[in-house]
Design a protein around this ligand. Structure first.
Ligand SMILES: *[C@@H]1O[C@H](CO)[C@@H](O)[C@H](O)[C@H]1NC(C)=O
Ligand SMILES: *[C@@H]1O[C@H](CO)[C@@H](O)[C@H](O)[C@H]1NC(C)=O
Length: 233
């Protein structure tokens, strides 16, 4: 009878398990990093076109956004009800936090949903009236995403994505928040500028090519009308 090398088999199994575990964690991490930075790049591209300074990623906001994305996926809704979202001031966030949400079908990868959300929000440029600022106040629910994306005094963003069997849930948090609800015309005029024509183009890199569903294509077409250098198809 041959002696079975239990120790060798054990070490082999443990090593293989560790490698598999590390690989899974690494792939998840790369994916999360990729959609965060791609979404940030899109935000900053769009902000530049309207004369707003670039945002930076805030990892606390990202973690909060991830918690809320999971909350929405578990409760199957996209309705700004996340209890982890500090509506008021906290010790850490001394000003309000703005929230943009999108819940497309889960035919989208997390990456495409996060980037697509930004583009879809930007499509509100077709509805927002830059020459009659006051007229936007009663259209908050149809223009309130683009205004938060472009808001000049907002400095940081956090992105989180989760999914269930039906949908992908994209949560974007903005700090400090700024939007039309204040109905302060001066503040809105100062914070949301019309598209500029002389902004140097910023190149945005896709990861594995571009794969968008129809509504994101429409958003893209709407966006490209205003861009000197259109996004890749
Ligand atoms: C914006 O408002 C002005 C003044 O009310 C109006 O003349 C114009 O048609 C509006 N533009 C859009 C795109 O709705
Ligand atoms: C998506 O777009 C294609 C081509 O533009 C069109 O034929 C198709 O009907 C669209 N699908 C949906 C679900 O709108």
């Amino acid at each position: 009878m041959t002696k079975i090398p239990y120790l060798t088999i054990g070490i082999g199994v443990a090593t293989a398990g560790m490698l598999l575990g590390y690989t899974i964690v690494w792939v998840l991490w790369v994916d999360i990093e990729a959609y965060r930075f791609a979404t940030l790049a899109h935000h900053n591209y769009l902000r530049a076109r309207h004369g707003s300074a670039p945002l930076s990623l805030n990892l606390d906001l990202c973690n909060l956004a991830m918690m809320c994305a999971r909350y929405y996926a578990n409760s199957k809704r996209v309705d700004h009800s996340c209890p982890y979202h500090p509506q008021g001031k906290t010790f850490y966030f001394t000003e309000g936090i703005g929230e943009n949400l999108w819940g497309p079908a889960n035919t989208f990868s997390h990456y495409d949903a996060a980037v697509g959300a930004t583009r879809r929000f930007y499509q509100e440029i077709d509805t927002y009236n830059f020459s009659d600022v006051k007229s936007n106040f009663h259209k908050f629910f149809v223009v309130g995403h683009i205004t938060q994306i472009l808001w000049r005094q907002t400095r940081q963003v956090g992105i989180g994505v989760a999914s269930d069997s039906k949908r992908v849930y994209v949560v974007a948090f903005y700090y400090p928040s700024g939007n039309l609800w204040e109905e302060n015309m001066e503040a809105v005029e100062q914070n949301v500028g019309p598209p500029l024509k002389d902004v140097p183009p910023i190149h945005i890199y896709g990861r594995w090519g571009w794969r968008f569903e129809n509504d994101t294509r429409e958003a893209l077409a709407a966006e490209n009308k205003y861009l000197l250098t259109p996004f890749p198809p």
